[in-house]
Design a protein around this ligand. Structure first.
Ligand code: HEM
Length: 260
């Protein structure tokens, strides 16, 4: 039941819902992935050839990483300690070098607050609260210190590299013996959905009729609808349903697709 309903479905569904909604607010990022998708299709590959297409869709994979960073479907990862431990932690708000010893007896339940690491300015920089998938993409032949290439490609295969801080990636899908069993599956599933949808269409929010009447311009109304949609995403979080992320006002999100 866990694998079918939450682990295998809700996680990827939630990531797709947040990403498509976010893209509806940011047309420039739709053009960004469409440029990549169009480039791959123009190279004459077979649309159904996973092996040659998936590794080239780096920007599409970067969307997933960035959505997981800001809208990860799981709030906590919980573990139980097997032996007595002593942790050296920084509790001081003024001195990062001042450490306090905390005793953690065997059998303690430890909840790792993943979201705190996703919003760490030390790890992500001063723009850590912004949704910016391009932070995971660099031109081939360049480096980003502390951000190794994710699944390195043979040199010359792609114009861009997908990079990520190892600590962050290991918490998106966990690590060690209990690492997510569906990690690669969910990456491929998400990328296929982006590739299929955005190769053929673009998405935008449907403005409310009163906004259309008020603005008198279709483009201005869509622009206002983008702002309202961003507000819905900003207000979404972990609600009354437990430690799972949800769009809290889904009835306010109405999207329409235009064929390209
Ligand atoms: C974006 C999508 C996904 C994310 C972010 C994600 C994330 C995670 C995380 C963080 C854990 C570790 C939880 C913990 O240790 O408490 C986990 C475990 C697990 N995931 Fe995923 N997951 C995703 C998709 C999937 C899919 C598609 C499947 C199955 C097809 C799946 C199957 C599992 C299973 C079975 C476990 C438990 C592994 C174990 O305890 O040994 N996940 N996932």
């Amino acid at each position: 039941m866990f694998v079918m309903s939450f682990a295998g479905h809700d996680t990827t569904a939630s990531s797709l819902a947040f990403t498509v909604s976010m893209l509806a607010t940011r047309p420039e990022y739709q053009r960004w992935i469409q440029e990549e998708i169009d480039g791959v299709l123009a190279s004459g590959v077979d649309r159904a050839d996973y092996k040659s297409i998936f590794p080239k869709l780096k920007r599409c994979q970067a969307l997933l990483f960035e959505t997981l960073r800001l809208y990860h479907p799981a709030l906590l990862v919980t573990r139980q300690t097997a032996v007595d431990n002593q942790l050296q932690v920084v509790l001081s708000k003024t001195d990062a070098k001042e450490k306090t010893a905390i005793q953690v007896p065997a059998g303690t339940l430890v909840h790792a607050n993943l979201h705190a690491t996703y919003l760490s300015p030390e790890l992500w920089g001063p723009d850590c609260e912004e949704w910016k998938p391009e932070r995971f993409i660099i031109p081939a032949g360049t480096d980003k210190p502390g951000w190794p290439e994710y699944r390195p490609e043979p040199a010359g295969q792609t114009a861009e590299k997908l990079v990520a801080p190892p600590l962050a990636l290991s918490s998106f899908w966990s690590m060690g013996p209990r690492i997510c069993l569906g990690m690669k599956f969910s990456q491929v599933e998400f990328t296929v959905a982006m590739f299929t949808a955005f190769s053929q269409a673009s998405v935008e929010p449907v403005p409310r009729p009163e906004v259309v009447a008020k603005t008198g311009s279709a483009e201005a109304a869509v622009q206002e609808a983008r702002g309202e949609l961003k507000g819905v995403l900003d207000r979404s979080g972990f609600g009354t349903t437990g430690p799972l992320l949800h769009i809290t006002e889904p009835e306010k999100i109405v999207l329409r697709w235009h064929r390209r």
